[in-house]
Design a protein around this ligand. Structure first.
Ligand SMILES: Cc1ncc(COP(=O)(O)O)c(C=O)c1O
Length: 422
């Protein structure tokens, strides 16, 4: 079994920094101030992630799948077949039952045993998170997260004007579950705990087996649901795997999955696996949002999963494993003494701590201008003010391995220059 490890000494100690665990983060104080910073953060991320391709420029910024790993031909066949023989594909209609059944099959890969009636189809994991928030949150409620989270989570929560309670992320073992216990034991009752047990975005870490058990036990004991974001959960590269949190507790874990990273983001198709008590209410919220996911897409994806999917996950995993390994080797070869990074067991991202004194926002600007490489500063993912300023997220998903090596070498040269001159 492999777990996320650091290639150099640990980024952070496992024990909470004073004032870290247990902090209710004053992210926002008034209606406007609550919304503006997140809008800015998200657009900075999109700006970096969606920069148009240019010669000599390499993006290590976005969470975009590699174009050659998107099964366009198989999807075209599935789409053509559905259009030819299924008139319901162009109509309004209920959720497509065969797709929900295929998702139930896919969930067994994550150790999850569920019923199609518990599967709610959504417009990507993004809508899954929004619906989960609508189901679980009252306006202004607390939400418990790690210090650095997927920026789209905050967007999904924005209408509910949340306050955040934060715990740290241990780069070797994932979310600081002791910190979660301390918060709950002190009386905090967040609407939910947001967790990425596998293939964490942005930190590229995996939650250890014992911490998983402990987290769901805490959820049960204190009656606080966990929203498990498993958007990258099927993309694991190192043999061993651990069951998803939902596999450990069907009552207290709301699970969000997606086809964006294993098939294509353009499908805008994801799902929730819900505890039975929440399933009916969630269906009503989905209907209120957009009636239903595209009937055509649902049918084409169901057909692809049945007829064009054999071997696909293995191919995709092998493709991303090559890219990850190219990035890790280049980091070892080119990054300066004092830099440390996670060794992601899956997903799309490595998380880098720069040597002391280097500011990641500034490095990102210089990387774009001087090295022609796009990377994302950790500040984009920080929930709370005061998070360390020297973290970077590097994505290995969409560039070719040679380009990844070249880009990391250019970044390394830039960092060496900065260290000489600062
Ligand atoms: C952690 C995480 N959750 C959710 C999403 C949203 O994904 P989707 O395209 O399925 O809406 C993303 C997208 O990058 C993500 O990284």
């Amino acid at each position: 079994m492999s777990v996320a490890t650091l290639d150099r000494p640990e980024i952070t100690a496992a024990e909470p920094r004073p004032g870290s665990a247990g902090r209710s983060t004053p992210v926002s104080t008034g209606p406007d101030s609550r919304q503006r910073p997140d809008r800015g953060v998200r657009s900075r991320l999109r700006e970096l992630a969606l920069l148009p391709p240019q010669p000599g420029f390499v993006s290590l910024a976005g969470g975009l799948p590699a174009p050659e790993l998107i099964p366009r031909a198989a999807y075209a066949r599935a789409l053509g077949d559905v259009l030819a023989d299924d008139p319901a594909a162009m109509q309004y209609g209920p959720p497509h039952e065969p797709l929900r059944e295929r998702i139930v099959d896919l969930m067994r890969e994550r150790g999850i045993d569920c019923d199609p009636r518990q599967v709610l189809l959504t417009s990507g994991a993004q809508q899954a998170l929004s619906l989960a928030a609508q189901l679980l949150m009252a306006p202004g409620a607390d939400v418990l997260t790690e210090e650095h989270v997927y920026a789209g989570l905050r967007q999904a929560l924005l209408p509910h004007r949340p306050s955040f309670l934060t715990v740290r992320t241990d780069p070797g073992a994932g979310m600081d579950v002791d910190g979660v216990r301390a918060l709950l034991a002190r009386g905090a009752r967040p609407a939910f705990i947001y967790a990425m047990a596998d293939t964490h975005n942005p930190c590229g870490v995996r939650l250890g087996r014992e911490r998983r058990r402990e987290l769901v036990a805490l959820a049960r004991r204190f009656g606080v649901p966990v929203v498990e974001d498993d958007t990258y959960g099927l993309l694991r590269y190192d043999g061993g795997w651990l069951p998803a949190l939902r596999a450990l507790d069907p009552e207290w874990v709301v699970y969000a999955g997606s086809f964006s990273k294993i098939l294509a983001p353009a499908l805008r198709l994801g799902w929730l696996v819900l505890p039975p008590r929440l399933a009916a209410g969630a269906g009503v919220l989905k209907e209120a949002a957009d009636l239903e996911c595209s009937a055509l897409t649902q049918r084409a994806v169901a057909r692809l999963l049945r007829h064009g999917f054999a071997g696909h996950l293995d191919r995709v995993r092998a493709g991303y494993r090559r890219r990850r390994d190219a990035m890790l080797a280049a980091l070892r070869d080119h990054f300066p003494e004092g830099a440390r990074w996670t060794r992601p067991p899956g997903g799309f991202f490595a998380w880098v701590e720069l040597p002391d004194g280097l500011d990641a926002d500034r490095v990102c600007d210089e990387a774009l201008a001087e090295a022609r490489v796009a990377v994302v500063p950790g500040s984009v993912f920080a929930v709370a003010a005061g998070a360390p300023a020297n973290r970077l997220r590097l994505s290995f998903s969409s560039a070719a391995p040679d380009d990844i090596r070249a880009a990391v070498a250019r970044l390394g040269r830039l960092l060496h220059r900065r260290l000489r001159h600062d």
